[in-house]
Design a protein around this ligand. Structure first.
Ligand code: F6P
Length: 439
């Protein structure tokens, strides 16, 4: 048994009751009952569409495609009926880790009984299993069509945004606009997670700094816990450092992240950016290495100058794409210090976690009192002795867990229906920043 499997044996449990489908009426319940089956149905439809295009003489591929459909349909059936969750049956490099986790924490329990975080990750891993058990579909991505379609819808907005970002580049070394540019680019990266930057795109031609300030003001309106100033103050004081981005969605969100990463290099704040991607298709639109390159290719006709520079960052090594199996394990980030990825992340001067799923894993996806501080909710990663670098979560709220709110904000948000899951609200939550960055 490998070291981290042994370490896993020292069980780590959520510090509060985990969100789970067994709690009727919650977003977890509704997701497992209604939303996840729809995702499985779409996978079936996608595979079916592909099978229809396969020539008759490729009988093995056709037969294996049909077997994939049967396995996904069986998963949907088991999930909707709250059947006991069985082990993963393939022999991928992570199979033992998955089955050990299942055995340790959730053995013999049904989809609605286990923690929602585990259940939802398991569903995506089980989709992978259906392809891994074939000989001809092992590299197939059933979400590729959807990812391509989603970026296509956002190209106009990204094109418009790029004009403004180009102006920020002209002044990348100007100390008087540094902080506002940083704030703006962080805001784009944040709202890219909601796949909607259109509200922020400037139609007018105001002076660049004034426009930036206006966009930041607008972009922070729905931010219910806001450490933007601390993050900006920290970043603005860095030179030639390393920033790691734990990516979320490919396409539109990734493009917004790349605007940020590019400017960090242009300004001299960072000399190195590491992008952490998934090694298998995950939560529909999460970025894999192939998606990263496909996004650049799709953006080339719209923003050719940007993409050329991004390619040169990749060629020079200033930007690196890093795959690690941990990101598609079932573990919350309380477990992160037991895995090799911990040592990689510790070399960063700032780690940016993008999106809702990363947030859920950071705070262990459990029933926190919303006034709990983010540093407390992230457990070991927020504790001094762990020596984890400063980190920030840029997340639009799409699941019903949220911390770091003031009592007044809790009261205000209580009047807003579904604010936790609508994607219209967000958090910029940081931890581990040196006292000098506190503003
Ligand atoms: O792409 P993101 O921001 O991680 O969102 C994924 C989230 O979306 C959901 O499916 C809810 O809409 C959650 O289950 C999951 O945490």
């Amino acid at each position: 048994m490998t070291d981290h499997l042994l370490q896993q044996k020292a069980q780590i449990h959520a510090p509060r009751p985990p969100l789970a489908g067994k709690h009727h009426g919650t977003f977890a319940f509704y997701t497992i009952r209604d939303r996840l089956p729809v995702i499985l149905t779409k996978v079936i439809d996608d595979v079916y569409r592909t099978i229809v295009g396969i020539p008759d003489d490729e009988s093995v591929r056709i037969a294996e495609g049909k077997a994939v459909i049967e396995r996904i349909a069986a998963l949907r059936y088991a999930m909707q009926r709250d059947k006991r969750i069985p082990p993963i049956e393939d022999s991928m490099p992570d199979t033992a880790v998955w089955n050990d986790f299942l055995d340790t924490y959730w053995k013999g329990q049904g989809h609605f009984q286990v923690a929602w975080l585990f259940q939802e990750c398991y569903m995506y891993r089980k989709i992978r299993e259906a392809f891994a058990l074939t000989t001809t579909w092992t590299a197939y991505d059933p979400f590729l069509r959807e990812k391509q379609a989603s970026l296509a819808k956002g190209l106009d907005v990204l094109g418009a945004l790029s004009h403004h970002v180009a102006k920020l580049h002209e002044r990348a070394h100007d100390p008087s606009t540094r902080t506002v540019a940083l704030a703006e680019l962080l805001i784009y990266s944040l709202w890219g997670n909601a796949v909607d930057l259109s509200l922020l795109v400037a139609a007018d031609n105001v002076e660049v700094a004034a426009l930036g300030a206006k966009l930041v003001k607008k972009g922070t309106e729905g931010v219910v816990a806001n450490d933007l100033d601390v993050v900006v103050a920290h970043l603005a004081g860095l030179h030639g450092k390393r920033v790691d981005l734990v990516l979320d969605n490919a396409g539109f969100e990734l493009a917004a992240d790349l605007f940020l990463a590019d400017w960090l290099i242009a300004s001299g704040i960072a000399s190195s950016i590491v992008f952490h991607v998934k090694s298998i298709p995950w939560f529909v639109s999460d970025t894999t290495t192939a998606d990263f390159h496909a996004t650049l290719a799709d953006l080339t006709p719209i923003i050719p100058m940007f993409v050329a520079r991004w390619q040169s960052h990749l060629a020079s090594g200033a930007w690196r794409i890093h795959e690690d199996p941990f990101w598609t394990y079932p573990h919350a980030y309380y477990h992160l210090p037991s895995f090799p990825i911990f040592d990689t992340l510790k070399q960063a001067d700032l780690v940016v976690f993008k999106g809702d799923l990363n947030y859920r894993k950071l705070v262990f996806d459990c029933s926190w009192d919303p006034t709990t501080s983010f540093a407390e909710a992230i457990g070991p990663l927020g504790q001094k002795e762990t020596k984890f670098p400063p980190l920030v979560s840029l997340r639009t709220c799409k699941s019903d867990v949220c911390v770091g709110l003031t009592p007044a904000k809790v009261e205000e948000m209580a009047k807003v229906k579904d604010w936790m899951v609508s994607g219209h609200y967000a958090v910029i939550s940081g931890a581990n920043f040196p006292a000098a960055s506190r503003v």
